[in-house]
Design a binder for this molecule. Structure first.
Ligand SMILES: Nc1ncnc2c1ncn2[C@@H]1O[C@H](COP(=O)(O)OP(=O)(O)OP(=O)(O)O)[C@@H](O)[C@H]1O
Ligand SMILES: [Mg+2]
Length: 230
């Protein structure tokens, strides 16, 4: 795949949810590209379809219509096991609530996706290096309740990065943090983006995190109302 081919191509994607007799059109024909190595913000009011779009990009959900291509492969054509593999090996997810396991240390929380298959020493070393990189060198043995919100989110970032994903999907990763802690968390993701070329798609309500050069996509009522470079 050439460097200038978009990493993600979203073509006329719709997602409807039917609950009883009510149908919610969460996305109504969204078409967009996400460039390889870009820092892509997704903005829009509550209910505009931001999380729905992010879940579709991560193969956590299926579109009702349209197609999503990631690195040349159409997600909707993947088998269940291909999707599982894609999610496990290629995508780092970061959510608003950090989803850490309370009885595990920061280090084991980073390693958690690999605990069932066994952790080789090299992987443990990498997990430690990632915790160093997100500024948690002195918190590796702490459990989540012994960490601040920002520190917990940085553990979640390290966990998402351990598999060296080409794509990180973050749904309001700063939603539970004060503004300056949120800025530090976004800073960690920016370093990843500049140092490793990892494509980051980040949903937020807070426009002040946007910097020049970022890509910005705005949704309203399930449609794109604006897409440009900041
Ligand atoms: N599983 C579901 N079943 C039914 N409706 C849903 C489901 N998920 C989302 N919706 C509806 O789809 C619309 C878009 O939801 P979505 O979660 O994508 O919004 P959002 O932009 O992420 O909002 P917020 O900023 O509040 O997180 C909403 O009206 C929501 O109620
Ligand atoms: Mg949401």
């Amino acid at each position: 795949m050439s460097a200038c081919t978009p990493l993600i191509r979203i073509k006329d994607v719709a997602r409807e949810f039917t609950l009883g007799t009510t149908t919610v059109q969460a996305l109504r024909g969204v078409t967009a590209d996400v460039a390889r190595g870009s820092f892509q913000f997704v903005l829009g009011p509550s209910g505009s379809g931001k999380s729905t779009l992010l879940y579709l990009l991560g193969a956590l959900d299926q579109p009702s219509r349209g197609s999503i291509e990631v690195d040349g492969r159409q997600i909707e054509k993947m088998t269940l096991s291909e999707k599982n593999q894609f999610r496990r090996n290629e995508v780092g997810f970061i959510f608003q609530s950090f989803n850490l396991l309370g009885n595990l240390t920061a280090l084991d929380n980073v390693l958690v996706p690999f605990l069932p298959v066994g952790v080789k020493p090299g992987l443990r070393r990498r997990a430690e290096e990632l915790l160093d990189r997100v500024g948690l060198e002195n918190r590796k043995r702490h459990r989540p309740h012994e960490l601040s919100g920002g520190e917990q989110q940085r553990v979640a970032i390290a966990r998402a990065l351990l598999k060296q994903p080409q794509l990180v999907l973050a749904d309001e990763p700063t939603g539970e943090l004060d503004h300056s802690t949120g800025g530090e968390v976004i800073g960690c993701l920016r370093n990843l983006n500049t140092d490793h070329g990892t494509t980051v798609v980040l949903v937020t309500h807070d426009e002040s995190y946007i910097e020049s050069g970022d890509q910005v996509l705005r949704l309203r009522d399930g449609k794109i109302v604006d897409q440009q470079q900041a």
